[in-house]
Design a protein around this ligand. Sequence first.
Ligand code: AMP
Ligand code: TRP
Length: 342
Amino acid sequence: MTATTFTPRVFSGIQPTNHLQLGNYLGAVKRFVEMQNNGIETVYCIVDLHAITTWQDPADLRHATRELAAGYIASGLDPERSILFNQSQVPGHAQLAWIFNCVARVGWMNRMTQFKDKAGKNAENASLGLYAYPSLMAADILLYKATQVPVGEDQKQHLELTRDIAAKFNHDFKVDFFPMTEPVIEGTATRVMSLRDGSKKMSKSDPSDASRINLTDDADTIAQKFRKARTDAEPLPGTIDGLKDRPEARNLINIYAALAEQPPEAVVAEFAGKGFGAFKPALADLAVARLSPIADEMARLMADPAEIDRILGNGAERANAIAQPILNDIYDIVGMIRSRPV
Ligand code: AMP
Ligand code: TRP
C-alpha cells in the first residue's frame, strides 16, 4: 500500500483565559503569523471549549475570547488569509472529541503532565473535561487533518498523544485516514521563562503580574517589569556557553533575540561584557517598540466587539466547510448511520 499524502495544513489554538502574555506572543502567535505569511493554509482557533475545563465567568469568557481575537489580528493575523474562529462555533470539535474519548486509553490520559499540574493535589475534584482535555485537542487538529501544529515547548506531550490517537484510529479501523501531525516547536522563544523565577515558564495564570509581560501592558509597566526582572550580578558573557548556568540571563537574551529577530549569538556578541544596567533598558525599549503598536491596535479593535464577532462567525463558517466533510467520513468509518434529510 502506498502511503496517503496529505495536503499541508497548519492548525493551532490558544485558550481565551486571562490576557495574552509575551510567552504566548513569541512562542505561538508570532509564529502563527510567520506561517500564514509563508503561504501555507492556516487555521487558527480560540479554544473556548478548552477554557471551560476550569471555571470561567461567562462575561469574562466572552471578553477574553474577543480580546484574544483582537490580539491575533493586531499581531498580523489576517482573517482573510488565515481562518480565525472560536472553537464552539464549529460543532465538529466536540463531536470528534467524543469519538476520540473512545479511542484514547485511560492510561494515556494518566500520563499527561498538564493535567497533573492543573489539577494539583485535589485531582478528585477536577472536572472530567480537564481530564479529557487532550482528546479534545487531538480532535481540534485532526478535524482538519492538519499536518503541522506550531506550539510552545509545553504542548509537546499533547501532540505526541494526538499522534497516538491518530495511529490507533487508523489501525483499529484499518484506514489511512489521519495524518501523523508534526509539532512545530522552533525558534528562540519556545519556552519563555518567568521574570521572577528562571525555572518557571511565563504564564497567564501566574499569581504575580510582575512575572510576565502582558500584551496589554503600557510602556511604563513594561520598562518597570524588565527593570525588576530577577538576574544575577555578573556582566553578560561573550558567548552562549557562558549562559549555561544563568537561566535568568539566558531568558532575557532569548527574549531580546526573538523580539529583534536575531540569533541569540548576535545578541550576546552585541552586549558582551555589559551589565544588566545597560541591557535591561535596551530590552525594555525593544519590547515597547514591538509590543505597543500591538496593544494600540488591540484597543482599537476592542472598541467594536460586533466586528470581532462578525470576523469569528465568518471564520467559523469557513472552518466548518473543511471540517464537516471530514467528520462525515469519520462517522461512516466508525459505523454511524447518517440519514437525516439535509
Ligand atoms: P495557553 O496560554 O496555555 O493557551 O498557550 C497558548 C500557546 O502559547 C501554546 O502554544 C503554548 O505552548 C504557548 N506558550 C504559552 N506560554 C509560553 C511560554 N512561556 N513560552 C513559550 N510559549 C508559550
Ligand atoms: N492546549 C493548548 C494550550 O494550552 C491549546 C490548544 C487547544 C491547542 N487545542 C489546540 C494548541 C490544538 C494547538 C492545537 O496551549
